[in-house]
Write a protein that binds this ligand. Structure first.
Ligand SMILES: C[C@H](O)CC(=O)SCCNC(=O)CCNC(=O)[C@H](O)C(C)(C)COP(=O)(O)OP(=O)(O)OC[C@H]1O[C@@H](n2cnc3c(N)ncnc32)[C@H](O)[C@@H]1OP(=O)(O)O
Length: 490
């Protein structure tokens, strides 16, 4: 700012990304120590004083992603230029806090209150094109041109050929106060229903309202105060713990730290087109994997194929998939009745009923037909994998791929390893899991694996209480008040 040879500033990221936001490790440090002074004063000192109110204009050159504090820094700049694929969002509420670098104030002023509420309360990110249509992004350009276009834009602002706009001072996208209050009231009612146990949603609305009533700067101060209170909440402690725990699942000793590279899995066979099989097939084709769905007769096969189609159509109806993409996605699905069609597949996922002799015969059959590199996975939730693979000589390729219903929606994938499952097979399945947007968690071959093993005592405790005379409705109420979507007897 003090250099006389610098007329304007371009702020950019590194490695093809603008920024994933404030360092979440610092939250974890604050949770451990309780020391709020570890949080830097970025909101006023950097974004307002140094960037937004500076004598020189700043332009953000956004590539890859700008999330949380990263996007907030860009909103303190006087213009934002982005590459087409960039992902823009304020996901702070998923960490139990609210945007803390002025996002609660600047986003409504740039995109209007309804869109800003959607992005913050649902932690929903958008692509550059949508950002451009709402006014968050000033121009879109290719990665190669990004810095050049941003520099020219910044110089144009400095020389007054383009407007010098401070987002915090804008009012043109804000609706009249009475209208804004109605929108906020509706949002409060909505989050009371959807997130009754999360303090950050109402707190976010409080900060936004403060800024609408008393002005952007007052809103920034309120936001900073509320942000610090929320960082120390149990909700934030829990959600930050979940953020790191979820990522820790991708580090498996002896699998991900021994230099193995995942093999390419292009064609997957799913055996059984019932509820689970059709859901698994849906998840796979949605991520571009070819799927061969095997059933016992044509009536069952048609039913399975129709279920996959219905799953995909459901996504189109919800607006999360285009008609065009639907056709392409469904073209990746083939139905077959004979095992001989599986001779080129890279992985088989068996999803038939929980009957040991049936599963054993299927595994003998697929061992015979499928290529020697093919992964032999079962979706069983209860049967010991050593027993499933007992009749084969390929114990090192046998692994559990335990999905949760509906398999194309639920994010968890339990990868069950036996003592004989090879690290390569585990790594391959973890990679497939990530590619189909699941959270793969590697677990041991024990009763109930991880989820049901946790669920058993939960169910048992509830049943025990009923035997002791506690009303079932009361148990359900206590559990749903605690934050579970439903009680054990619902
Ligand atoms: C004051 C402000 O308002 C407060 C904030 O900004 S809070 C932060 C808001 N930002 C977020 O919530 C974004 C969180 N990150 C993500 O959603 C995803 O990591 C991402 C979309 C950036 C990248 O996803 P993906 O490519 O799948 O990689 P992913 O495995 O998640 O992350 C890669 C690594 O970066 C780390 N990381 C990502 N974002 C981080 C962040 N904001 N702080 C610290 N570490 C972060 C992950 O922990 C992981 O570390 P590891 O390799 O040691 O496990």
């Amino acid at each position: 700012m003090n250099r006389s040879d610098v007329k304007a500033i371009v702020l950019t990221g590194a490695g093809g990304k603008f920024s994933g936001g404030f360092d979440i490790n610092v939250f974890a440090e604050v949770h451990k120590s309780g020391d709020l002074s570890l949080l830097p004063d970025v909101s006023v000192e950097l974004v307002v004083n140094i960037i937004e109110d500076a004598r020189k204009p700043s332009v953000a050159a956004i590539q890859g992603l700008a999330l949380g504090g990263g996007l907030e820094l860009t909103m303190g700049c006087h213009a934002r230029i982005s590459t087409p694929e960039a992902q823009l969002g304020l996901p702070e509420l998923t960490l139990g806090v609210i945007p803390g670098f002025g996002g609660t104030q600047r986003l409504p002023r740039l995109v209007g209150l309804p869109k800003a509420l959607e992005m913050m309360l649902l932690s929903k990110s958008i692509r550059a094109k949508e950002g451009n249509s709402y006014g968050l992004i000033d121009a879109i350009t290719s990665p190669e041109e990004l810095i050049r276009v941003s520099r020219l834009w910044a110089l144009d602002i400095a020389e007054r050929r383009k407007p010098w706009i401070s987002s915090l001072h804008r009012t043109d996208k804000l609706v009249p106060l009475s209208e804004a209050r109605e929108i906020l009231k509706a949002a409060r009612l909505q989050v009371k229903k959807t997130n009754p146990h999360m303090p950050q949603h109402q707190a976010c609305l409080d900060a936004i309202e403060e800024g609408i009533v008393f002005g952007g700067y007052a809103g920034v101060l309120k936001e900073a105060k509320v942000f610090k209170e929320l960082v120390l909440s149990n909700t934030s402690r829990g959600l930050v713990h979940a953020f790191f725990s979820q990522r820790a699942t991708s580090k498996v000793p002896g699998v991900t730290d021994v230099g193995l590279k995942p093999r390419s899995i292009k064609i997957v066979a799913v055996i059984g087109g019932g509820l689970m099989g059709s859901g698994i097939a849906t998840a796979l084709i949605l991520s571009g994997t070819h799927v061969i769905l095997k059933e016992v007769d044509s009536a069952y096969l048609q039913k399975g194929l129709k279920s996959v189609e219905a799953n995909i159509e459901g996504l189109v109806k919800k607006g999360s998939l285009s008609q065009d993409k639907m056709k392409k996605t469904l073209s990746l699905l083939t139905g077959v009745l004979d095992y001989s069609e599986l001779k080129n597949v890279d992985m088989v996922i068996e999803a038939v009923i929980e009957k040991v002799p049936l599963k054993q015969s299927i595994f003998s059959e697929i061992e015979r037909i499928c290529p020697p590199h093919c992964i032999l996975a079962t979706n069983t939730s209860t049967i010991d994998l050593n027993i499933v693979g007992e009749k084969t000589a390929s114990q090192d390729r046998i692994v559990g791929a335990h999905f949760f219903s509906p398999a194309h929606v639920m994010p968890l994938l339990e990868i069950v390893r036996t003592e004989k499952t090879s690290p390569q097979v585990i790594l391959d399945l973890m990679t497939v899991g990530k590619a189909i947007k699941k959270v793969p968690v590697v677990v041991g071959n024990c009763t109930g694996f991880a989820v049901n093993r946790t669920f058993f005592p939960y169910g048992q405790a509830a049943t025990m209480l009923v035997h002791l005379g506690v009303d079932v409705f009361r148990i359900d109420k206590v559990i749903s008040n605690f934050g579970m979507p439903m009680g054990p007897f619902q």
